[in-house]
Design a binder for this molecule. Structure first.
Ligand SMILES: Cc1cc2nc3c(=O)[nH]c(=O)nc-3n(C[C@H](O)[C@H](O)[C@H](O)COP(=O)(O)OP(=O)(O)OC[C@H]3O[C@@H](n4cnc5c(N)ncnc54)[C@H](O)[C@@H]3O)c2cc1C
Length: 346
């Protein structure tokens, strides 16, 4: 069998390696120039949701849900994702999106946000939630998939540039660094940041990932701390990973409004990482040339999509039918001028 070398041991590369081994590939090398999960994966929020706004994305998420639920605690907790609407338009949008998601089989329901103890609700017009969604530990999930892959025969080489490893097929799963290997890929690095605050006393165990749909401000629980994020008012198109302190203060004010019990919680840590953005915020998956396959450009939701993508890519590399349709993600869509809409980019 051909030797497949995967460049990058983030969530995507690890999942591809694991699924290749599961399907019986016997010569797989996972080459990582740094250490496992040292890229965007180790800096991610850890959210997993099926509540996307396009059918292809929902299908990917439904397929990914199987692995997250199999992994379970402590790697994944199905605490739900709850979207809040503070305007009439927002509420209409949430309801329309939920209807589409339900049609595809995602159990999204209208909920009373007062069920979340401590949450400010007097300015809300409604909320929807899917309790199968939840939060995970991206680095730990990735390490677990690598461990499983190794058990099935995958060779892992950390501190190794994949280009230096002999191979028949190179799979580029290098996130924002993918253009170093395939310069023509339409990927731009976007700097994004996260903030942990705490400790916060008496956080409810079942606190869902909570998202204001209009502002995109969102937070999740992690032990006795809260992790905060939001789409930034001005996109930072740079590969420099820098924390903007003015955003940290803005998010703390937003948290004090939405979740008053955390109003005085001090900042524990703030850090930045890179989204690997494509023009339509959808990934690039498929052959890019002779012996070269790409799986990158995940535009801020690659961790949650990595189980389904890893499985589908492994099937395709072994010339088997993938369980999900990868057609929407081919590189050629940009040559054709195709636009593939996706409104929810967190
Ligand atoms: C602040 C932030 C929050 C996020 N929150 C979420 C979230 O809640 N949910 C979600 O689904 N996604 C989230 N994401 C996005 C998610 O982190 C990424 O989409 C996902 O981790 C991408 O995984 P990856 O394996 O493609 O890339 P990466 O994790 O970046 O891994 C690529 C790896 O390739 C390695 N590499 C590069 N060049 C080479 C080479 N030549 N040879 C060998 N190795 C090489 C790098 O060292 C790196 O380890 C977030 C991202 C950020 C920055």
């Amino acid at each position: 069998m051909a030797r497949i070398v995967i460049a990058g041991a983030g969530a995507v590369g690890a999942s591809i390696a694991y699924h290749l081994a599961l399907l019986g590939a016997d010569d797989v090398v996972l080459a990582e120039r740094d250490t496992i999960a040292s890229g965007a994966t180790g800096k991610a929020m850890g959210g997993f949701r099926q509540q996307f706004s396009s059918e292809a994305e929902v299908r990917l998420a439904q397929e990914s849900a199987k692995l997250f639920h199999e992994l379970g605690s402590p790697l994944f907790a199905a605490v739900g994702y709850m979207f809040l609407a503070t305007s009439g338009d927002g509420w209409e949008r949430l309801r329309a999106r939920a209807e589409m998601q339900r049609r595809l089989g995602v159990p999204v329901e209208e909920v009373d946000p007062e069920r979340v103890r401590g949450l400010r609700t007097d300015d809300l017009l409604g909320a929807v939630a899917c309790w199968e969604d939840g939060v995970a530990e991206p680095a730990a999930v990735t390490t677990e998939l690598v461990r499983r892959g190794v058990e099935l025969g995958v060779e892992v080489r950390e501190h190794t540039n994949a280009l230096a490893v002999s191979r028949d097929v190179l799979v580029v799963a290098c996130g924002a660094a993918s253009t170093e290997l395939v310069p023509e890929l339409p990927i731009r690095p976007l700097c994004r940041q996260l903030v942990d605050v705490g400790p916060v006393a008496d956080l409810p165990d079942e606190l869902p990932m909570t998202i204001e749909d209009e502002t995109t401000f969102h937070f999740r629980r992690r032990g006795d701390t809260l992790r905060l994020a939001m789409t930034e008012p001005k996109a930072r198109w740079t590969s420099e990973e820098v924390v903007d302190d003015s955003l940290v203060e803005d998010w703390r004010r937003r948290l004090a409004h939405r979740y008053p019990p955390a109003a005085d919680a001090p900042v524990l840590r703030a850090w930045a990482g890179l989204y690997d953005m494509t023009p339509d915020a959808h990934p690039l998956i498929g052959w890019s040339g002779e012996g070269a396959y790409v799986a990158c450009g995940f535009s801020g939701h690659g961790f949650m999509q990595s189980p389904a993508v890893g499985s589908a890519v492994a099937h395709e590399l072994l010339e088997l039918d993938p369980p999900v349709d990868l057609a929407p993600y081919r590189l050629e869509r940009f040559a054709d001028g195709a636009v593939f809409p996706e409104q929810v980019v967190l």
